[in-house]
Each structure stands twice: as C-alpha cells, then as structure tokens.
Design a protein around this ligand. Structure first.
Ligand code: IVH
Length: 677
C-alpha cells in the first residue's frame, strides 16, 4: 500500500474509533459491541507501530499514560476560575433573586439555567484549533497545575473537537468526577488487596487526577461534565448559558442531561426539589444545584463580587458526611456466616436521614481506620449504599477510648471464627448450628424473590426462631395457626393468613427454589441458568464442578460452592423434607437457549403493567430466551412500555426502536404459549 492510502486508512480508523468512543463515553449509547471497538483499535495500534510517522497527538492510541513527571508545572489562568456563593434555604434563594433584580433595576422575571452541582474536581481544558493543548486544575483560582497528560487519558474528554464553528482558542471548564459505581468497585478492590481506600468519590477523583503518573489516572473510572467556558478567542459563542452548553455538546463534550431552564426563583425551587428526589438514583454524587442567570449580557452587567459571580449560586443539599461519636461496635453474623462489625453511633442526620448504625466492613478495615470506641468519626451516607464510617477525626480521641477486639468466636453461637486464606471476610464456622445464620437463611428463604411467603417478614422469622417454633426451612411448613396466633402481636386472622400464604408458596418454580436455598454466590440469575442448563433438581445436585463450569456465568469458585452445598448430607435431608412437605414445581425440559423463540433479542420493560408486575414480565421474557436490559440503547430490539413510562420511552422513540404496549406484549406472550389466567 502506498503512503497516501495508508494515511487515509489510519485516518479512517481514527475517525471511526472516535465516533464509537464518543457514543460510548459521552452519549452513554454504544452502537457496536466492545469487541468491535477493540479489534479496530488493535488494527490502528499495529499500523501506527509499523509507521510511527503516522501517529498524531489526537489519535485514540495516545490516551494511554505517559512516563511519570517529577513535579507539576504551574499554570496561570488567563481568566480566573471563580467559586460560587452558597444558598442553604428558600429564603437565601429569594434574596439571590432580589439582589439580581435590584442590580439590574428590572422587575422582569429572570430566566435561570439549572444544573446539578457535581462533586468532583474543577478543570480547565484549552483547545487551540480544535486540539486539546492543555489541561489544568483550578488551584487557587489564579494559578493551577498542568495535568495535561492525565486529562488526556479520560475518554469523555475530546482530544479533538467534533464538528465545526468552534472558536480558534477555546477554554472549556467542567468537573471531573468518579461515578458512584466506579468508586465502590475501586474501594472494594482496594479493601481486598490492601490498596488505598478513598473516603468518598470526590477524594478518589482528586487522588486519581492529581498524580504525577498518568498511568494511574488512566486506570481509574473518571468522567468529565462541562459547565462553562473561560477564554474564547477568534470565534463567537451563543448568547445564553444553556445555548453555549448545547454548542459544547455538539463539539463532543458531555453536558449534564438534567440541565434545565427555570423562570424565576419559584421554578428554581421546583427544580431543586425534583433533583433532591432524584439525587440518590443518579450515577454520580451531587452536593447541590447551581442556578445561573441564563442571558450572558445580564451576567456581564451583574459582574463579580470578590471571587464569586453575582449571577450564580449553589443551593446545597443536606451533607452526605457528618461527624458523630462511635458509641460501640457490635458483630453481626450474616446468612453465610460473615462476621461484620457494625458501628453503633450517636444518631446523626446525614444524607437526608438519621443514621445510628454504620458498617465497618471487616477486621482489616478496623485496623486501617485505626478506630476505637469513643472516637469521633466521619459517617457517610450516599444514596442507597449502606452508611459507612469513612475516617476518624484525629485529635478528638478521648482518654476513655477503648480498642476494638475482633472476636475469635462467633458472638451468637460460640463456634470458631475463621478467615479463609486470601479473603478479608471472617466467618462463623457454625453453619446452621448458628442461630444467626439460621435466621438470616430463613429470612432469605421466605423473601419475595425466593419462596415469596407473604407475611413472613424478618421480624416474624426472628420471633419464630427465638420461640423455638422453627429451626430449619422445613419447619415453616409444619407451623400451625394456633401456634402463630399465640405469639405476641399476632391475632387469629393474621395467623390464618400466614398459614394460607405458606401453603400457597408450595407451588413454586425450580429456579426460585434453588435461589431460596441460599447457596453462596447463587443469585437469581445463576439459579435460572442452572435450571435452563440442567433442567431438574436431581441433575443440578448430581453435577460435578467441571459440568457446572460449562454453564453461563459459573466459574470455578461458584461451581465449588454449588458442588459442596449439594454434597452435604444435611442439605440433602433438607431438600427431602421440603419435598415431603409438598413443595413442587413444574419440571422443565433442558433448554437449548439458542432454540428459544426470542433468543438473541434484547427487551426493556418500563412503566407499569396491569396484568403483572415488571419482575413477572421480565421472567416471561427470559423464559422465551430474550435478554432483559435496564436501559435503552441502540442494541435494544423492543421496549415494552406501560403507563407512566418516562425517559426510557422517550429514548426509544428517539432511536426509532420498536415500542409495544401491554396489549401487544400479552399477545406476544400468548403467541408463545404463555397465557395469563
Ligand atoms: S459554575 C463562576 N457549574 O463548584 C462559576 N460549578 O463552588 C463557576 N461545580 O469550582 C462554576 N458543578 O468545581 C459550576 N454545574 C456547575 C458545577 C460547578 C460543580 C463546582 C466547580 C466550582 C465549584 C464552585
């Protein structure tokens, strides 16, 4: 191939890869499988290795880390990077609007741009002729540090702007943050490997970005969301803040999809409350909402006071971290025997609720934190993650502080506590002799996604075990209404209802039954896979580790747990007793997944359905061989949308994906022999 054709091929590969990367990292909407991207990327690497003269700085291959720096170079910001004033109440917001109207000497309703305030690290990214030439931290607002090598590794930061019409020099500003899921995974890994555990996603983002070795940044799940511009030269931008951000989005930047306009403070407050409700479900941490006067000419007129603009304010949400006192540590024993230290705290309002317990994870974590009873600690509660003790406030330790001793024997049954080699979790070795493990197993057994025994909740299981009425799952089916009615706070009627739902639960499915058994690492999906592959309980119980490993998603560890579980005589007895009690399910022929009618298709279920819950709808689709995804992308084949469907439906419409209502869904099921009675 001649040099020109080669250069054209390399350029084509780059632009295809850029497009895929943009869809994946900026739009969250991949159009090709990862393997396709990887294969094209490898082709580009190979070509560039053979022809180094064709490598350009904006090539996707140039996102990998570079040799570590010995120190950061200081960068003077041409335009200072300001901070924001805070509001903490509706009144503060009303004052903010009044100050603006007074200054502008106008009674006209002001239009505000509303954006979540992301909790990360502010950065400045300078583009010259569309190419990223420098990345810098905010520093003190006047001078920051050059982190160009680090920002280049972050995939949602364009190395080259897309489209056209951008100014010749353009400084884009935004927040680099670590999504919650990436943060949890990073810490989980650090906890098990003895690496650095971060206090919160913000610290993790800072610790991943302000490092001299860009290889570290490259290995961390960081993202950029842009929220303003700095220097703009030789080119013009639109005249409202929201339109500027739309322009940035067109040039390849991620902007916040919850950005909205509000007329007057009244609408701002409505937006604030709506986002406060959404906060826990967002994939990243936000600590408030930023409101900005949308018209740039008005921003100009309003100007700045000391280091903050008069035209913007951050209305904060309740803090997700608070200080409190560690009163005691108790050790809880879970279903699989895991012994978890739980901190009992002086109750504190954090992340929107009052918290009086928090996890300390395991023995290593207690050591890492160096925490003692009596210490003042920082507790974090973010979203639906269980509250955690994240650090000890140095210098506040009282004289009476007491060291924490991790028990050698189970606090509930006295059996030795053991830690398997290479594991961080210590476990009670008592098995089902241990009342705590028994209680937790029984709670799991009765739960909705397992045997679904209505009325047999956690509290009642505790009482039944404590009263000696049940020991194992088989005893549930021997309970008599009179025994239950005699319990405190239980009437004859509720006792009868319980017995009726126990009876009803006997008709189940094999997958639910396997899940209910509580085998380590066997969740609902694994249980379903076992059933599809092996068909009967006998076949599952008889499978050896090698056979088990042939099943999707089952590796050597899980195969071992399953094999071990079925090898134990007491478990065989349990199964026999449950079947004798009348538990039954329809035997299913072993299914060849590829022969199922919806094999190879992906469905999304959204909104509410009348004839069944969403879980049932999913179960039916799975039984027909479809995959069921949680979000809509180009890979989705069909969306089942009931009343109340929101953003997923809109996205499906935008992407032109097939959408069916409940009626069409029911006839689809019926056409495959699933008729709901
Ligand atoms: S605008 C002149 N918008 O909050 C206004 N800032 O306390 C400059 N931040 O340093 C900032 N999300 O790191 C703006 N949507 C958003 C933001 C945001 C987070 C951070 C930013 C800034 C700090 C100010």
């Amino acid at each position: 191939m001649d040099q020109q054709a080669l250069a054209a091929q390399v350029a084509k590969l780059r632009s295809t890869l850029d497009q895929y990367s943009y869809e994946y990292y900026v739009q969250d909407n991949p159009s090709v499988p990862d393997a396709e991207y990887d294969s094209l990327y490898q082709q580009l690497v190979t070509l560039e290795r053979a022809h180094p003269e064709l490598v350009t700085p904006d090539s996707p291959t140039q996102r990998v880390g570079a040799a570590p720096l010995s120190e950061f170079v200081s960068v003077a910001h041409e335009m200072p990077m300001l901070s924001l004033d805070n509001a903490f109440s509706d009144e503060d917001m009303q004052d903010f609007e009044r100050r603006i109207s007074d200054r502008l000497k106008s009674q006209e309703t002001i239009e505000f741009a509303c954006e979540p305030k992301l909790d990360g690290i502010a950065v400045s990214l300078l583009y010259e002729e569309g190419l990223l030439v420098r990345g810098a931290t905010r520093g003190d607002g006047q001078n920051g540090e050059d982190i160009t090598l680090n920002v280049r590794t972050i995939k949602s930061i364009p190395l080259k702007l897309r489209g056209e019409g951008y100014p010749r020099r353009l400084e884009v500003r935004g927040e680099i943050y670590m999504p919650k899921q990436g943060f949890e995974a990073l810490n989980e890994q650090a906890r098990s490997s003895g690496g650095k555990v971060f206090v919160n996603p913000r610290n993790a983002a800072a610790g991943s970005l302000r490092v001299l070795d860009s290889n570290i940044t490259a290995s961390r799940p960081l993202e950029l969301c842009t929220y303003s511009v700095g220097v703009v030269a030789e080119g013009a931008l639109p005249n409202t803040h929201t339109a500027v951000l739309e322009a940035l989005s067109g040039w390849g930047f991620r902007i916040n999809k919850h950005m909205a306009k509000a007329r007057g403070v009244g609408e701002c407050l409505v937006y604030y409350r709506r986002m406060a409700e959404l906060r826990d479900d967002l994939p990243y941490d936000i600590d408030g909402i930023v409101f900005k006067v949308n018209r740039l000419d008005l921003q100009q007129q309003l100007g700045f006071v000391s280091r903050a603009p008069r035209w913007a304010i951050a209305f904060k949400f309740p803090a997700q971290e608070q200080m409190t006192e560690l009163l005691d540590v108790e050790f809880q024993v879970g279903r699989t025997g895991a012994v978890t230290p739980v901190a009992r705290l002086e109750p504190v309002f954090v992340g929107g609720v009052t918290v009086s317990n928090a996890t300390l994870h395991n023995r290593d974590e207690i050591e890492r934190l160096g925490v003692m009873v009596g210490d003042t600690v920082i507790v974090r509660r973010a979203g639906d993650v269980i509250p955690q003790v994240v650090s000890v406030v140095a210098g506040k330790r009282p004289d009476h502080a007491v060291p924490i001793h991790f028990p050698d024997t189970c606090p509930v049954c006295g059996s030795p506590v053991e830690t398997a080699p290479g594991e961080a979790v210590a476990r009670c070795s008592g098995g089902l002799i241990c009342p705590a493990q028994r209680k937790e197993s029984l709670k799991h057994f009765a739960s909705r996604k397992a045997m679904d025994i209505e009325g047999l909740g956690d509290k009642l299981v505790e009482v039944l075990v404590d009263q000696g009425l049940i020991k194992g799952a088989e005893d549930i089916y021997l309970l008599q209404a009179e025994q239950v009615a005699a319990l405190e706070r239980m009437g004859q009627k509720s006792a009868e209802n319980l017995i009726a739902s126990i009876e009803k639960s006997k008709a189940t499915t094999l997958a639910k039954f396997i899940f209910a058994l509580g085998i380590r690492e066997v969740g609902e999906a694994t249980a379903r896979n076992l059933v599809s592959a092996l068909g009967t309980l006998e076949a599952i119980g008889a499978a050896d580790e090698e056979a088990l490993q042939q099943i999707p998603d089952i590796g050597p560890v899980v195969a071992h747990f399953i094999y071990e579980w079925f090898s134990q005589a007491e478990h065989q007895q349990l199964i026999a007793a449950l079947r004798a009690a009348g538990l039954h399910w329809q035997e299913q022929p072993v299914t060849d997944q590829t022969a199922l009618p919806l094999n190879g298709t992906t469905y999304v279920v959204t909104g509410s359905l009348e004839a069944m819950g969403r879980d049932d709808a999913k179960a039916h689709l799975l039984s027909l061989g479809a995959k069921v995804a949680g979000s809509v992308s180009k890979k989705t084949d069909c969306v089942v949308a009931g009343p109340g469907a929101g953003s997923k439906l809109t996205k499906a419409q935008e992407l032109g994906i097939k959408i069916i209502d409940e009626e069409a869904f029911l006839s689809l099921l019926a056409s495959h022999g699933i008729v709901l009675g």
